[in-house]
Design a protein around this ligand. Structure first.
Ligand SMILES: *Cc1c(COP(=O)(O)O)cnc(C)c1O
Length: 377
């Protein structure tokens, strides 16, 4: 019998010249968290992201969020407002700083942080405790959040925004790159993201001073002295020059990767939009998503599970949408401002295989399996 290979949700997709850059690192013995690939990868990203991007590449996206909170002075006793509908890595660094997360639900147009609930939460916290120290907003699945609205509220109350763009490299908002829309942006190059260095991340600052501070903290906060002198607590968060070589190779193909993911979305939509029990997340005007993952919303938990299990029968990976943070056991005691939007998405939503390396045959195999779901209408 012919054995079919497993289809993954989102798997690494090398472009071709990654190994050359990695070999350069070996040939010149730059096997360290600094070197020409680190500088080169940062330049590539700055060029790609455009204006106001000063990039520090780091060991992970989680590390980048942690450093962002450190740079903003988030500390014990502070509250940080965070989108509830996200991956736990958006919120965990709040805990590393000894601060407390307060979770905000999503709105229906982008599935991201709701401006209305954000403002209600800010007013409530100012009245009952003190002004929150920062806001963490997320461009989930590559769809930009409503940055104009969020920035206006942030400005009104003078609270900085950390822009979690881990899933949104290649997405734009009114022609501006995601990760450059707020005070500090972050990216991830984990194995499942649109480009990968196997593991890695970046902090995107608007000015060189902030970038330099991020690099300083990420390399153990070494003061300028011939011996090791430290006047603040440091972290070991810098990206390795070997892995940055993979990143340089990946940046050569980033446009192809975005195009391929968007084509996956179009393919699913063409084949499934006639079923009224399935809906897609459309781009509002001026919003451009990299379509990192194509998500569908079904009209019931039951149907969502039927589709997921049908796919599993043919060794095709799919996954329910992110479980909101305010429902996670680890954050069960945290305050939250929610209206049921993310809970419904979690209940009825499904992530479909979305890798840029899916073949036409893979896509047809996936659709064929989805269409075997009983009573799909
Ligand atoms: C992947 C991801 C992160 C964390 O990035 P790592 O590089 O895996 O540490 C943070 N936020 C979101 C939304 C992510 O998807």
């Amino acid at each position: 019998m012919l054995t079919k290979t497993k289809i993954y949700l989102s798997s690494p997709h090398m472009g071709g010249s990654e190994q050359k850059f990695v070999n350069d690192a070996f040939n010149t013995n730059w096997i360290a968290p600094l070197g020409p690939n680190v500088d080169g990868f940062e330049k590539d990203l700055e060029h790609y992201l455009g204006e106001n991007s000063q990039v520090a590449v780091l060991s992970s996206g989680t590390a980048a969020i942690h450093l962002a909170l450190q740079l903003l002075g988030v500390t014990k006793g502070d509250e940080v407002l965070c989108q509830s509908f996200t991956f736990s890595a958006s919120a965990n660094p709040i805990m590393y700083q000894g601060a407390t997360p307060v979770f905000i639900d999503s709105e229906k147009d982008t599935w991201n942080i709701s401006p209305e609930l954000l403002e209600i939460a800010i007013r409530d916290r100012i009245q009952k405790y003190k002004k929150p120290k920062a806001i963490i907003a997320v461009h989930l699945y590559g769809m930009p959040y409503k940055a104009n609205e969020i920035n206006a509220i942030a400005k009104k109350y003078d609270i900085p925004v950390v822009e979690d763009s881990a899933e949104a490299l290649g997405s734009t908002y009114f022609n501006k790159a995601c990760a450059t829309l707020s005070d500090i942006g972050i990216l991830s190059f984990n194995g499942n993201k649109i480009i990968t260095t196997s593991g890695g991340g970046a902090l995107i600052a608007g000015d060189i001073e902030t970038k330099n501070k991020a690099v300083f903290y990420s390399t153990q906060s070494r003061d300028n002295a011939p011996h090791y002198e430290h006047s603040s607590v440091g972290f070991n968060y810098r990206m390795s020059n070997v892995l940055a070589g993979i990143g340089r190779g990946q940046m050569e193909v980033i446009d192809d990767r975005v195009e391929a993911r968007r084509k996956n979305y179009d393919f699913y939509k063409e084949n499934l939009e006639k079923y009224t029990s399935i809906s897609f997340l459309e781009e509002p005007n001026g919003f451009f998503s990299n379509r990192w993952i194509t998500c569908i919303k079904t009209d019931s938990y039951k149907l969502r599970e039927q589709i997921r299990l049908k796919l599993l029968e043919d060794d095709i990976e799919s996954r329910p949408l992110w479980k909101p943070m305010h429902l996670q056991p680890v954050f069960k005691d945290c305050l939250h401002f929610t209206d049921g939007t993310s809970e419904e998405l979690f209940e009825k939503g499904l992530c479909l295989p979305s890798g840029s390396n899916l073949s036409k045959d893979d896509l047809n195999r996936i659709i064929k399996q989805i269409l075997k779901t009983p009573h799909l209408c």
